[in-house]
Design a protein around this ligand. Sequence first.
Ligand SMILES: Nc1nc2c(ncn2[C@@H]2O[C@H](COP(=O)(O)OP(=O)(O)OP(=O)(O)O)[C@@H](O)[C@H]2O)c(=O)[nH]1
Length: 323
Amino acid sequence: MRNQLQEQHRLSVLSLLGVVSVLGITPFAYLRYLQDNITAAIIDLVLVLGIITLVGYAIRTKKTRVVSGIVALFINGGVIAIVVVNGIDSFLWVYPVIASTFFMVKPIEALSINAVLMVVCLFLPDVFDVIPLNSFVITMLMVSLTTFVYANRSEKQFHLLEIMNTVDALTGALNRRALSSDIAEALSISERKATPYMLALLDLDHFKVVNDKYGHDVGDQVLQNLVTITTANIREYDRFYRFGGEEFVLLIPEIKDPQAFINNLRIAIKKELKTPDGKEVTVSYGITAWVPGTTADSWLKSADEALYQAKANGRDCVIFSDE
Ligand SMILES: Nc1nc2c(ncn2[C@@H]2O[C@H](COP(=O)(O)OP(=O)(O)OP(=O)(O)O)[C@@H](O)[C@H]2O)c(=O)[nH]1
């Protein structure tokens, strides 16, 4: 889910760059052609077509991180080529390229690419006969460093936004929005794998009594402790979500012995999850495996029916759905 947000963001930036490059560079390619500067016209054309191809590839494959890196290197290489061919006439293109690199790769990577570009520029023939070298170095550093600071700040805020978008504020478990997205992914992965995903619904037993007896704050603390204990007892690629209230979902990929796994979790929670005066708080479990034709709704419904059965069987137990 988190990566999806970032992918969407990179894809928007790449698409915008595609549009801007078509509108911004294509007229220059035509102008160079009219001026009989065929080499420059070809470089401009290669840049436009290269960017369009890469953006199209990113849209099709969703490999936005790799493609963004390639585009960043491609346009930096392109601007050097055009300045070598055209000299001072095309030198100002260096500045938008410096700034746009920060939209495509991590700020520290962009800064490194900028540093290389700046050093290469210093060796360009004739340019510094016209432009004072110190002006170039200072303006280049100003653009690069201010964009770096801005991009770095944006990256941190974006990271915070991703957390707020996917994590339950009270417990720190993943939230329901993340679950919807991850279930869709789990469904599609299960279709391709020999060992499909399992989905478990967990519901605290008699939680109302905990709230009524010890107060809401203690109830909140119990929910937080449940997440801490569960997270410590599942594998790193299992995912734990707060479904709502005192109900949680566990998405479990490629599990060989689900009975043993979920039973060990049940025992760990029963042993460690306590009220302030040391009374154990138990959990009931409804668990169901992916089968062909499963949808997000049918999967949750099937686990819910198993959970209902677990409650009816006296709670603190695991029921596997046979669907
Ligand atoms: N402290 C706290 N309590 C919550 C939160 N969300 C839901 N609850 C409480 O969870 C309780 C759920 O009660 P019930 O649905 O009756 O379920 P239960 O008491 O656990 O009984 P069974 O599920 O049948 O074992 C209610 O008292 C809700 O107020 C929360 O964020 N914090």
